[in-house]
Design a protein around this ligand. Sequence first.
Ligand SMILES: *Cc1c(COP(=O)(O)O)cnc(C)c1O
Length: 463
Amino acid sequence: MAKKILKRSWAENFKIKVVEPIKMTTKQSREKAAKEAGYNTFLLKSEDVYIDLLTDSGTNAMSDYQWAGMMIGDEAYAGSKNFYNLWNNVKKYYGFPYFVPTHQGRAAEHLVSKILIKPGDFIPGNMYFTTTRLHQELAGATFVDVIIDEAHDAQNLHPFKGNIDLKKLDKLVKEVGADKIPYVSMAAPVNMAGGQPVSMANIVEVYEYCKKHKIKLWLDATRATENAYFIKLREKGYQDKTVAEILKEMCKYFEGIWVSAKKDLMVNIGGFLATRNRSVYLEARNLCVVYEGLHTYGGLAGRDMEAMARGIEEMVDFDTIHARIGQVEYLGKKLLEYNVPIVLPIGGHGVFLDAKKILSHLKQTEFPAQTLANEIYVDSGVRGMERGIVSSGRNKVTGDHNYPKLELVRLTFPRRVYTQAHLDVTHESIVSVYEDRKKVKGLKMVFEPKYLRFFQARFEKLK
Ligand SMILES: *Cc1c(COP(=O)(O)O)cnc(C)c1O
């Protein structure tokens, strides 16, 4: 007799112990909510959202082990037990001797930028991240994108689209001089490119180059475990190493890292910086007191630091990352079945819809990605976010929009939060919007804040 089961599925490595009911909304109520929010998904009330894929930042479900840690928060002003537990795990898993906690990732970026940058400096990086670049600019630097060209092409299948192009880096060094470049700002993986990883070979190349030119190398390690997972799967020689081993090997090449703990560490708030440079550490520790709080809490409660310490232990578990990235792949593959254009390869933390292709009848100044995010929300209550011309902001010198090549809607997955059925609702909604795409009209911006405009900008529908 022929075997009935031909395929073996995998499933998540957890079961659900506590649930949070979510409201089922109507299309009519969502149309109203979208209008009131100025067609900006960041301004929607969470109550009005059914499936929230706005971000994976701080939206994670903590484990029972993390929640148990919350109960042993040592809320001393100075020198809490949880601070030392967290420091120990930063040393053990990332390999840096020095560590300063901060209330979230951008606070660590603020400290690092303030310490390392002088006005007039240049900071090369692989693509950019919104808050990272802004802190570098506020410290007086000009950011220069040195990512490989493949990253700007949504359909290119390069396995490590986050890599730095050494030729672009060298060109900048020749133009402005190494003394004007305090550090190279590497991110692994690259959020804005669609969660695309960096290879170990590229990290080593960039490290060797920086060493030769006496330029420091710093890493945005916010989702570095996802990067380590991709190295294990895609890079020769790493199949038999654990994610924890690869993460530590990656960190070896950097003078320091900054981290938003709201991602890999599966907590709801927190961040830190870690370094092997003692003088940078001492300065960061001192600035921490000014901007965050004493260096043994950095704007966090003791319980938050304990949840972070335990999150580090869980994040390097292969099955945990596999379950997370497996969900992202599930949604991506479903969309591909219906020929919906998405960024390829499917990235680590979310699926990125190619709004430029989907709404090809709209001009970039009619905000195709912003428009598409709204259409999906109104259709089904699924909330994503714009990653295109709005996020990209304005040119510091000319004041015109930056015109990024990629115009994307990001659907990001909170860790351990949604089920496969939620993902089915999501893909069905996107396919339905895709089929009706020709009818969709664009938006015009009617309110624009000065900094990080995508968070608070308001729009109206074009007639
Ligand atoms: C989220 C994020 C940050 C900023 O961290 P916050 O905790 O949101 O302040 C920095 N870099 C990357 C890659 C991120 O995804």
